[in-house]
Design a protein. Structure first.
Lengths: 621, 431
């Protein structure tokens, strides 16, 4: 990386536990299909003053509803909010207590579950059950102590599977899966450090042996700010390797916004006023597809003036991009997008219409700008109101907000930063006492720390430090030990986990989708001489594509050859190059190893092939 | 929900009242937070603090702990907006009785209040004002398991009073546990009531976003405002979804599930109406609204018992109870049977003037005492059967019949005569 941005970042990690659900006895696994569904609505409840939040109520009265799909073994009446929660899952509670002890955090004397109000439909009850278990912990990462503000035990939300007009469909399988939420202090200063800390906490979570693995089972929220910027929350990052990129991009975005502020300040730009103008008449004969489409749909083209905002919406060779922020905000009102004056003429809106627009809006000054939106009249107005709001926020720099991570490492606007959560006691769940004796017992039986596992792997299985660390990072230590002990193949296994897994991942497949039992089967077949160790990468690739090792061997034509067959193959390769062999003598072995392995890869051990080759060459010279 | 005596004393001595902001150092830990009420299942030496993050935590207090009051609680005010009635809408009266539908958690302190006032309920469902003019009064604030015969009587009188004062319908939020009994009691006490009287409950309390209280209330208001049906009804969810509701005939409804939203089912009879989420109503047969006066005949004979027969039932155990009652309802097995060794005791009671009524613990289906020997023996002993009437309804009706008749024979006649749709001789085939 070229730059070390000055930044402040804290993270929140949500890790699913591999137990039954937190408040019922359902299996905590996901289903491919939902069966049957129920329609529900969530009404904003009266607040502390006995009054209903007007904005929330207005949204409710607009009619948004939710449909909940049920799933055989992994949803029940509790998940559907048709039965009170059962007692908290003991194994999940034990895990979070042990993890708290590992983080050296202060565990509360009595754990009280709360209802955190969430009315986006992702919880059938309208709230998430969550409890603060411990505070003030720490974790050491690369010699630096990172503070752990809180460790909570909570339930995961339902999965959104569909959204149509006025109705969002959720599946209940994920709802209620226990999550450990770990929140760090704002202690990280570089994108790499953010990833290192996340990695370390993830490894410690896995050390409890009670966490789920795989995509979606661990999610990170990032809280990022730069000096002069504002706290931005990026919610729900699933891919650890993208963490530094999100951080870098967010730092860059905040710097860009500070630059925009500087430009606007230097110009003396004031707040834009939201006065939408109907400019539909101007566009009667416009060729732009977007405009034609909207007009054909009985929409209008609305415009707003943005005096003093020219050049910051898309300017300085694409370095200032306030326009993108305005468009994201506008889209929350259900429009496809907006056009702003920095990007016109373009998209089929020729110079002629831009000039007409400027004239009719009276936007003739050097820095005068405007934005238009073509959609249903009311929608277009709502979207442009967002545009004006967003433009005005730029005068103050960076607005606090929650952003959604996108797969390319950037983020998009999601909603304003939530206010203080409304929480009230979950009266249906009795508090869990945590006695000093219980904590002492937990501390005395803590799970093995990653460093201890590494030392054990080095001591018992002859791995070097780097191999041991990598295997622990991949959480493959148990599988590794099984392979090493059952098949006496520690080095082959180490090579597979270190090299083959990352190669397969680079090719876009997921080696972790191969079950432990399948990997064991591969080594069992290797032990029986069904193929040579060189074939492992190809077989694993096939297994990652969903095939059994047996099928893989068939597809790859890997049935091992016996020494006689191998000799015949190698002899013919040597004979074909007799001239060359005679001229080079024993030194011909090196260049000939390539064609030999090409013919026999995976069918015979490499060393054995090398021996036969040397023997065949010796016969000739 | 108050703290143990020791803790209360200690907190009181430094002026730490609920809602006060405290700094607490205990067991090597330090917390700053607002003092919450004691949780029923919390340990005796634990205080509950709400931290700035909104989380509650329990902190164990011992002699070495230090508690300091940082801020005193700020009292809060609640305002109630009054709303002018709108012309052209029907006028409904809401009579509050308590229960889940009216229970309420205070967000600031976390305490559970038993009474969410009747007007709070209406305020929580502002769209109800588009359906009808709503006026609210609170009669009781009790959970329905504590509802008694006296409450039924008071409630029936209040309903009649409101109707005679001009209400087009009465909506009664009620705890669900015994709502079926109250519905039966009102059905007999109010007889040919000229307007709709709807009992409505909730299986999820009103403080939750997912509560079924608002939608049940709205469906009840819509049913009453339709002006199509008179009588006593129970309106609740018809499925676990918030888009279907059923109006059940008062004496025909039973709570058939401990927790589901659609716990209330019509037994041995279809519901009186199905109400859609969009407000559409599909009416079954029923009595039309009329202009007459409401009359509450509230007299009840309290010496009535409801027994369930079971294998091994010993007549000696029940001898005193049965002979000491003016009325006995037995939820018998199958078609309406008891162990044969109970028959002599039942005969003795009948001979002494006690009315013994057989119903079935099968709940669904009708009694028929002609099929087996025991049934015939019971009839010969003097017991009567009441077709497909629910045991709970029979119990309530028998109290009413005995109080509103001159002798046992008349009471029996009343028991066998359908008065409020509580029994029928025809059960359709579900296809």
């Amino acid at each position: 990386m070229s730059e070390q941005p000055e930044m402040i970042c804290g993270i929140e990690i949500h890790q699913q536990l591999d137990t039954k659900k937190l408040f019922c006895s359902c299996e905590s696994c996901l289903c491919d299909e939902g069966e049957g569904s129920y329609y529900r609505r969530l009404r904003p409840t009266t607040g502390e003053t006995g009054e209903v939040d007007r904005a929330a109520l207005a949204q409710f009265l607009r009619g948004l509803g939710y449909r909940y799909q049920c799933c055989g073994g992994s949803s029940c009446l509790v998940d559907l909010d048709e039965e009170p929660p059962h007692d908290v899952n003991a194994e999940a509670m034990e895990t979070v207590l042990a993890f708290s002890a590992m983080m050296d955090a202060q565990v509360v004397d009595e754990v009280h579950f709360m209802r955190k109000i969430v009315v986006d439909g992702s919880n059938t009850s309208g709230f998430q059950r969550t409890a603060l278990v411990s505070t003030d912990g720490k974790v050491e990462v690369n010699g630096k102590s990172i503070s752990i503000l809180s460790i909570c035990l909570e339930e995961d939300a339902a999965r959104k599977v569909d959204a149509a007009d006025g109705e969002v469909t959720y599946r209940l399988d994920r709802l209620g899966i226990p999550l450990i939420e770990v929140a760090t202090g704002p202690d990280m200063r570089t994108p790499e450090e953010v990833m290192e800390v996340a990695l370390r906490i993830g490894t410690l979570l896995r050390a409890t042996k009670r966490v789920k693995r795989g995509i979606g089972t661990i999610r990170e929220d990032l809280n990022i700010s730069i000096p002069g910027g504002a706290r931005i929350e990026i919610k729900g990052v699933q891919e650890l390797r993208l963490l530094p990129l999100y951080v870098e991009n967010e730092v860059r975005r905040q710097r860009m916004l500070l630059k925009v502020k500087e430009v606007l300040e230097s110009r003396g730009t004031g707040r834009a006023v939201f006065e939408p103008v109907d400019v539909t008449g101007i566009f009667g004969d416009c060729k732009s597809k977007v405009i034609k489409g909207a007009l054909a749909d009985k929409g209008r083209v609305m415009a707003v003036r943005l005096p003093g905002f020219a050049g910051v919406m898309n300017g300085d060779s694409g370095n200032l991009r306030l326009g993108a922020e305005m468009a994201q905000r506008a889209r929350t009102k259900g429009v496809k997008g907006i056009f702003h004056s920095d990007e016109l003429p373009n998209y089929g809106i020729e110079r002629e219409w831009v000039d007409r627009l400027r004239e009719s809006l009276g936007m003739t000054g050097e820095n005068d700008a405007f934005a238009i939106c073509a959609a249903g009249g009311k929608k277009a107005n709502e979207a442009l109101a967002m545009v004006v709001d967003r433009a005005n926020e730029a005068l103050d720099g960076v607005p606090e907000e929650t952003r959604d991570p996108l797969p390319d490492g950037t983020t998009k606007y999601s909603r304003p930063l939530p206010g203080a959560a409304r929480m009230y006691p979950e009266t249906d769940v009795p508090p869990t006492p945590v006695t000093r004796e219980r904590m002492e017992e937990i501390r005395a039986n803590l799970p093995e720390f990653p460093e201890e596992i590494e030392r054990r792997l080095m001591r018992d299985h002859g791995l070097n430090a780097q191999q041991a660390r990598q295997i622990v990072r991949q959480s493959k230590e148990e599988l590794f030990v099984r392979i090493a002990e059952e098949f006496n193949a520690a080095q082959v296994a180490a090579t597979m986990f270190l090299n083959t897994y990352s190669e397969i991942e680079r090719d876009g497949a997921d080696p972790d989708s191969v079950s432990d039992e399948t990997v064991m089967e591969i080594f069992r077949m290797l032990g029986h001489g069904r193929f040579a160790k060189e074939a492992i990468p190809s077989i694993l690739r096939e297994a990652a594509a969903g095939r059994t090792p047996e099928e893989a061997v068939g597809i790859l034509g890997l049935e091992a050859v016996d020494a006689g067959e191998a000799e015949a193959v190698i002899r013919s390769i040597v004979m074909e190059r007799e001239e060359f062999v005679r001229s080079k003598g024993a030194a011909a072995a090196g260049p000939l190893m390539g064609p030999v392995m090409e013919a026999l890869r995976g069918k015979i051990d490499g060393r054995k092939a090398s021996e036969i080759l040397a023997e065949e060459i010796r016969k000739i010279v | 929900m108050s703290y143990s005596e020791t803790l209360s004393k200690r907190l009181g001595s430094i002026g730490a009242t609920e809602g006060a902001k405290l700094s607490v150092a205990a067991g090597g830990k330090k917390y700053t937070g607002t003092l919450m009420p004691h949780h029923d299942f919390s340990a005796e030496d634990v205080i509950v603090l709400k931290l700035k993050s909104g989380y509650n935590v329990g902190v164990r207090i011992d002699v070495d702990s230090r508690i300091e009051v940082l801020e005193r609680p700020i009292p809060r005010e609640r305002t109630e907006a009054s709303v002018e009635p709108r012309a052209g809408l029907r006028n409904l009266v809401l009579i509050g009785t308590g229960g889940t539908i009216a229970s309420y958690v205070d967000y600031r302190t976390g305490a559970v209040h038993p009474a969410f006032s009747a007007s709070d309920l209406i305020n929580a469902v502002p769209e109800i004002r588009e359906v009808a003019n709503m006026e609210a009064r609170v009669l009781f604030s009790i959970f329905s398991e504590n509802m008694d015969v006296g409450h039924w009587q008071e409630l029936a009188s209040a309903v009649a009073e409101e109707i005679n004062r001009g209400a087009d319908g009465v909506v009664i939020p009620h705890g669900t546990d015994t709502m079926g009994y109250t519905a039966a009691a009102l059905s007999f006490m109010l007889g040919e009531v000229p307007k709709p009287v709807v009992l409505v409950g909730a299986q999820r309390s009103s403080d939750r976003p997912s509560s079924d209280a608002p939608s049940n209330l709205l469906a009840s208001a819509r049913f009453c405002a339709s002006g199509e049906r008179a009588g006593v009804f129970v309106i609740m969810h018809d499925t676990p979804g918030d888009d279907s509701f059923a109006a059940h005939i008062g004496p025909r409804v039973r709570k058939m599930h401990t927790s589901r939203r659609d716990a209330f089912r019509s037994i041995n009879s279809p519901p009186a109406a199905l109400i859609g989420g969009d407000g559409s109503i599909d009416f079954g047969p029923g009595r039309q609204v009329s202009r007459g006066k409401a009359v509450a005949r509230t007299a009840m004979e309290r010496k009535v018992v409801l027994l369930q027969s079971y294998p091994g039932m010993d007549p000696e155990t029940f001898r005193e109870i049965i002979l000491g009652s003016r009325g006995v309802v037995i939820a018998g097995s199958g078609l309406g049977h008891v162990n044969g060794n109970m028959v002599p005791l039942i005969k003795e009671a009948c001979d002494a003037g006690t009315v013994v009524v057989m119903t079935s613990q099968c709940i669904s289906g009708s009694t028929n005492m002609n099929v087996y020997d025991t049934g015939r023996d019971l009839l010969s002993a003097g017991a009567i059967s009441v077709a497909d009437m629910l045991p709970e309804t029979a119990y309530v009706k028998l109290m009413w019949a005995l109080a509103n008749s001159h002798d046992a024979e008349e009471a029996k006649r009343i028991m066998r005569t359908p008065l409020a749709g509580e029994m029928g001789d025809r059960r359709t085939i579900d296809v």
